[in-house]
Design a protein around this ligand. Structure first.
Ligand code: SF4
Ligand code: SF4
Length: 503
């Protein structure tokens, strides 16, 4: 059993008592989830250009950068870093390199080329136009996504190039995910309004470069979609339930039955911010340097602003209007009310920082009690998992049962946590169980390969020693026997080699 007090989960989700609801997405699928709590009036602060912001604070110490497990070059305070310069070595195998964020010039930061009058900024990457065929376009875009360090900006941080590389050579289905998943966050909404004029250009570029046989724009029900945008794509309206904007849910809405990952069905789902980042990197040559972040606190409306990567959370709170006492006493978390992780004030905004949550220092500790079998968790699971059974299987350490009940499909959305009267951290428990099963499967595969190698090595050594013994026992002058022994040796080696090659 996972105790909430011991986990990284905080209590906001569990304290709410949302009602269960369902709604149909196009394609006839019913999405289960939780009714969204609509956020009250949105306090907009453009932290990127507002005069209220003291951005020099953000770089007064060493730059704080989320490295996505990449090794960063060492920058000391005051180092002049060209805007858009790469901060990590290129070509990391699994994680995208991180592109530079800022150019500290005389204590000020240059966010956009036109931010400082008279100053010219040269894009660090050369823009390029689409070619005539999908294969060349895909190869170029993958290389650019890698070079510019573009990762999923909806929160997951999955390298964009890996998604693109997983597509087949057929024309894909492309889904632009503009559905703000977590209740209370308004970052995607702010981006939607800020760059609405660019959206038709992005869609036209997608048609010319990725040549989708279907281009979908997923937005929340009630969103005003301009006619010019409707003319360039199909619009998929999602209900106001959490987590309607989850990539897996959108995938299920479009493909029935869905494969394990959208890319297995040649479906590419990009969050709106990720898509703009990719478009900018290809068409203008600028890697992403900033993102929209919502600051949520228990009292007061959410505030949202465009924030440079590398800005510390303390600096962000300062420009968002929180006084020092709040910054010193509050607990901070990044993400949304359902899926978040606790962070310290010295952490920094990166591509995946959708929101910064300010929690009161005295958040009540939640102690989990045993499952009472109320059955509330099953109907809210958007992945249609038997949550209660999975919880008991995880408690009992029954890997076979967890696998049979498809624990790997758990997205960790936390809907089940929110309705559980026993305050169980079901999402954390099931995600951990799923990762543990995956880790063990990988370890078993590695052990099997290592053992097979060792067995082949032993057999080879044995054949060699037998061959040497045969040659030693051959009477002197019997050249035919020596040749036969050598031939046997060569045949054995060839057999050994062919047994190692994959069939
Ligand atoms: S079991 Fe997983 S996918 Fe289902 S509601 Fe819980 S956290 Fe979400
Ligand atoms: S909601 Fe909680 S208490 Fe109720 S069945 Fe599910 S795990 Fe058990």
């Amino acid at each position: 059993m996972v105790n909430k007090a011991d986990s990284q989960q905080v209590t906001t989700a569990a304290e709410r008592a949302p009602s269960v609801s369902g709604a149909s997405l196009r394609g006839g699928l019913v999405t289960q989830g939780l009714e969204m709590v609509t956020s009250p009036g949105l306090g907009l602060i453009n932290t990127g250009r507002s005069e209220r912001c003291n951005w020099s604070e953000a770089v007064s110490g060493p730059l704080r950068i989320e490295a996505n497990n990449c090794e960063l070059r060492d920058f000391s305070p005051g180092t002049r870093i060209a805007k858009g310069a790469l901060l990590t070595a290129r070509g990391q195998p699994h994680f995208a390199p991180v592109a530079a964020r800022v150019e500290p010039v005389a204590g000020a930061l240059n966010l956009y080329p036109d931010a400082h009058e008279g100053e010219t900024a040269i894009p660090p990457l050369a823009p390029f136009a689409p070619a005539m065929d999908l294969k060349s376009n895909l190869a170029q875009i993958i290389a650019r996504a890698r070079e510019a360090g573009i990762v999923g900006m909806g929160g997951a941080g999955f390298p964009a190039w890996r998604k693109l590389a997983a597509l087949s050579s057929d024309r894909p289905v492309v889904v632009i995910n503009a559905v703000e998943c977590e209740p209370g966050l308004a970052s995607d909404r702010a981006l939607w309004h800020a760059r609405q004029a660019d959206l038709p250009h992005v869609l036209a570029w997608l048609h010319a470069s990725l040549m989708p046989h279907r281009l979908e724009l997923a937005v929340k029900m009630g969103t005003q979609v301009p006619d010019v945008v409707r003319g360039l794509c199909e619009v998929l309206f999602t209900p106001h339930i959490y987590p309607a904007g989850d990539e897996r849910i959108l995938h299920r809405a479009l493909v029935a039955p869905p494969a394990e990952r959208p890319t297995d069905d040649n479906v590419l789902v990009f969050n709106l911010a990720t898509l703009f980042a990719l478009f900018d990197a290809v068409v203008t040559g600028w890697p992403p340097l900033s993102r929209w972040v919502t600051v949520l606190s228990p009292d007061g409306a959410p505030r949202v602003g465009e924030v440079l990567f590398g800005t510390t959370f303390e600096s962000l709170l300062s420009v968002a209007g929180f006084d020092d006492s709040v910054r010193d006493t509050c607990t901070l978390a990044t993400g949304g009310p359902f899926m978040h992780k606790l962070v310290s004030g010295s952490g920094c905004v990166g591509p995946t920082t959708t929101g910064l949550i300010v929690l009161p220092e005295s958040s009540p500790a939640v102690v989990a009690t045993p499952c009472i079998g109320c059955g509330r968790c099953d109907p809210v699971c958007p992945m249609h998992l038997p949550v209660q059974q999975l919880h008991h299987a995880a408690d009992a350490g029954r890997d076979d049962q967890l696998r049979a009940l498809r624990v790997s499909n758990c997205s960790g959305c936390g809907c089940c946590d929110a309705v559980c009267p026993s305050d169980l951290s079901l999402a954390t428990q099931l995600r951990q169980a799923s990762l543990e099963i995956e880790r063990r499967a990988v370890a078993e595969r590695i052990a099997a390969v290592t053992q097979a190698k060792a067995e082949r090595h032993t057999a080879r050594e044995q054949r060699r020693s037998e061959s040497r013994a045969r040659r030693r026992n051959t009477p002197a002058g019997d050249m035919g026997a020596v040749k036969r022994a050598r031939l046997d040796d060569l045949i054995a080696r060839a057999r050994d080699k062919s047994s190692r090659e994959p069939s």
